[in-house]
Design a protein around this ligand. Structure first.
Ligand SMILES: *[C@@H]1O[C@H](CO)[C@@H](O)[C@H](O)[C@H]1NC(C)=O
Ligand SMILES: *[C@@H]1O[C@H](CO)[C@@H](O)[C@H](O)[C@H]1NC(C)=O
Ligand SMILES: *[C@@H]1O[C@H](CO)[C@@H](O)[C@H](O)[C@H]1NC(C)=O
Ligand SMILES: *[C@@H]1O[C@H](CO)[C@@H](O)[C@H](O)[C@H]1NC(C)=O
Length: 184
């Protein structure tokens, strides 16, 4: 404290001006930010001849053991899932979700660690992408996951998405996404 008081007055004034300038810059940035809401359906196909989600690592699963959650714990999947406009897999493909998810819980409920990029390949966001890293307790009706960045239109994005299972056919799932992105 005593040291602060010995600063020359001009230095203090410069410091104050700098802080004020920084504050106004931050405000300007905040005013320029946009909010985009996107909805699509992701097709996670594990079975059949053309899977889009493949198990690449993990312990040998033993479902005759007592706990299916414990049996799946440690499984790692690489995915390249189409994102369509409607739940129908034949509807327009807006983009692709690519990356890795892992079965990261061994108790209570199935939960994935999602580390995925969602890239748009048609429509108004063609060429732009956003990234999700977060916990996905897949059996819950609605799962919220954080968006931690993006490219193109979504450069510097942050936001959140809600995922809910639209339909299941054995292990294959159609997941509805409702995405809110804040970007510049
Ligand atoms: C699977 O779990 C059951 C029950 O715990 C056990 O009897 C069996 O030996 C296990 N099988 C393998 C391949 O580990
Ligand atoms: C999608 O198209 C394929 C091939 O034309 C067809 O066999 C399938 O029934 C269609 N699926 C739906 C849900 O419309
Ligand atoms: C999306 O962008 C790519 C690269 O810019 C372009 O080649 C492609 O034609 C676009 N697709 C659509 C459907 O607009
Ligand atoms: C999607 O999320 C937005 C923002 O959180 C919300 O306003 C909207 O009602 C949601 N839409 C659907 C179909 O869930």
């Amino acid at each position: 404290m005593a040291k602060m008081c010995t600063f020359p007055t001009s230095t203090s004034i410069l410091l104050l001006l700098f802080i004020a300038l920084l504050g106004s810059l931050c405000t300007t940035e905040a005013l320029k930010s946009k909010v985009t809401n996107v909805q699509f359906y992701m097709h996670d196909i594990v079975g059949g001849p053309n899977p889009t989600a493949v198990r690449v690592a993990g312990r040998p699963s033993n479902f005759s053991g007592s706990d299916p959650i414990a049996a799946m714990f440690g499984s790692i999947y690489v995915i390249d899932n189409p994102l369509t406009v409607t739940p129908n897999p034949n509807s327009t493909v807006m983009g692709r979700a690519q990356g890795i998810y892992a079965m990261a819980s061994q108790h209570d409920e199935f939960s994935l660690l999602m580390t995925l990029t969602y890239e748009f390949i048609s429509g108004p966001y063609n060429g732009s992408s956003f990234s999700v890293v977060g916990r996905n307790p897949v059996m819950r009706a609605v799962r919220e996951m954080p968006i931690i960045g993006g490219t193109g239109i979504f450069r510097l994005a942050r936001g959140y998405c809600f995922a809910s299972t639209h339909s299941m056919d054995e292990m294959d799932a159609v997941i509805g996404y409702n995405v809110t992105l804040i970007h510049y």
